[in-house]
Ligand binder design. Structure first.
Ligand code: ADP
Ligand code: ADP
Length: 228
């Protein structure tokens, strides 16, 4: 299953007087299919928690499991989308989307079907042959999402993915993401410092404190969801 369990997670950066406790005994469970937002001001530990779930940041203490297996490194079951698009500038849109499938060894005809489907899903069909530098920020972020989606991970981890976009583009992509979330039944953990964005997107919001590393509130958002 795609359930994520965070048990007494502690992360300390640095040592001695320079030590920063970025996570202080965080415990929570993210059920499969949930859209969870991590909300809080800059420096409160959101990215650290997300990166620990991704397997990029080893914990100082405690543990994180996904589907009962301890997370020790990044894996194909967890796709990560960053604020900066992290696209390959020398590859076209469709090659960027295809890249992960090639790495995975997916046979070419199968990969082509998947790429076609995902490119269409994200409204990128007219942009397949373009290079990232010739795309707007919103389009680039669509490609970044498409790239992760092509690999079909049960969990998508997103670190302020729309933070650099103008308000209208951001709203469009938020709606696209909600559609994808309900259609593909992903578990999503989404970092934001925008209360508005968290309320618009999430099933549930973990509010982190301004001093790093603690959960202040755990709020369910009782709204009709697109999947209902
Ligand atoms: P954000 O607030 O958007 O998460 P930051 O600018 O705080 O971004 O941090 C970006 C990245 O830089 C973090 O994910 C972390 O890995 C690294 N970083 C943040 N603070 C420090 C620090 N004090 N020393 C070294 N690296 C840091
Ligand atoms: P947020 O994502 O909420 O902005 P971060 O998780 O990036 O917060 O950072 C939490 C705290 O940990 C901050 O005080 C930050 O400076 C510190 N930090 C993050 N990454 C590093 C790092 N690689 N080295 C040292 N300190 C870090």
């Amino acid at each position: 299953s795609a359930e994520i369990v965070v048990a007494n997670a502690v992360k300390v950066f640095g040592t001695g007087t320079a030590a920063v406790a970025a996570l202080q005994d965080i415990s929570t469970t993210v059920p499969e299919g949930q859209f969870l937002c991590l909300l809080g001001p800059s420096g409160c530990g959101k990215s650290t928690l997300l990166n620990a779930i991704a397997g990029f940041t080893p914990l100082t203490d405690g543990r994180i499991t996904m589907g009962g297996k301890v997370v020790t490194q990044p894996g194909p079951d967890r796709g990560m989308v960053f604020q900066e698009y992290a696209l390959f500038p020398w590859m076209t849109v469709e090659d960027n989307v295809r890249f992960g499938l090639d790495i995975k060894g997916v046979p070419k005809p199968e990969a082509t079907i998947a790429v076609d489907r995902i490119v269409a899903t994200l409204g990128l069909s007219d942009f397949r042959k373009r290079y990232p530098k010739d795309l707007s920020g919103g389009m680039r972020q669509r490609v970044a999402i498409a790239r992760i989606l092509a690999l079909d991970p049960p969990v998508m981890l997103m670190d302020e993915p729309f933070g650099a976009l103008d308000a209208l583009t951001r709203r469009t992509l938020q709606d696209e993401l909600l559609r994808i979330w309900s259609e593909y039944r992903k578990t999503i953990v989404f970092v934001t410092h925008s209360i508005e964005e968290a309320i618009y997107l999430a099933d549930r919001i973990l509010v982190m404190t301004y001093r790093p590393g603690r959960i202040k509130r755990d709020v369910n958002v009782p709204m009709p969801r697109p999947r209902d």
